[in-house]
Ligand binder design. Structure first.
Ligand code: URA
Length: 210
């Protein structure tokens, strides 16, 4: 399980526990997902390069670190639950570009079907953070990253909140070069591919559709 980072920050873990609880309301779940998005963004951008820039303080000039302009980011939520993590990440990184990938599981073939893709035109010069709260079977994540690789971004990272060991293994088989970040690795999947203990359907809990 190389390239898997579990983000164990106490604030992330506390908020994740609140999100897991069945009685957490839709409004609260949405707020927590946004807050966790911010905290995950903070953790996964630790390696962004800095460049010294001359600035003027009220007292003097100095060489101060700023984000190097050559490492630009694209956030790509997998619709629809990925959208919930996006809001918090954008609050921390307002200049990041946003792409979208829409995928659904065909009920007959169980294959992943792409129904929407919109990516920034200059993605080749950017690092992509693919975001989806749940890595269950890994099928959507694998398909999304496959699609993104066709656009040749500089780097891809995959960020989720909860991962099943089955999903991590499948993802790693297909994309051993893509680092994966998660706040927790749960026990496994049930017969309907829900993560156990998990938090239920993240999209339904985010939008109150069930
Ligand atoms: N997607 C979800 O939203 N929840 C799961 O448990 C698995 C996949």
């Amino acid at each position: 399980m190389a390239l898997v980072t579990v983000i164990e920050h106490p604030l992330v873990q506390h908020k994740l526990t609140l999100m897991r609880q069945v009685n957490t309301s839709t409004a609260k779940f949405r707020t927590l997902l946004k807050e966790v998005g911010m905290l995950l963004a903070y953790e996964v951008t630790r390696d962004l390069p800095l460049k010294l820039t001359e600035i003027q303080t009220p007292l003097t000039t100095m060489q101060a670190p700023m984000l190097a302009a050559d490492k630009k980011l694209v956030l790509v939520p997998i619709m629809r639950a990925g959208q919930g993590l996006l809001d918090g990440m954008l609050e921390l990184m307002p200049s990041a570009r946003v792409g979208h990938i829409g995928l659904y599981r065909d009920p007959t073939t169980h294959g992943v079907v792409e129904y929407y893709v919109k990516l920034p035109h200059d993605i080749e010069q950017r690092e992509v953070l693919v975001i989806d709260p749940m890595l269950a079977t890994g099928n959507s994540a694998i398909a999304a990253v496959e699609r993104l690789k066709e656009s040749h971004p500089q780097q891809i990272k995959f960020i989720c909140l909860l991962a099943a060991p089955e999903g991590i293994a499948a993802f790693h088989d297909h994309h051993p070069d893509v680092p994966l970040y998660t706040a927790a690795i749960d026990q496994g999947l049930d017969e309907q591919a829900y993560i156990i203990p998990g938090m239920g359907d993240a999209g339904d809990r985010l939008y109150g559709t069930k």
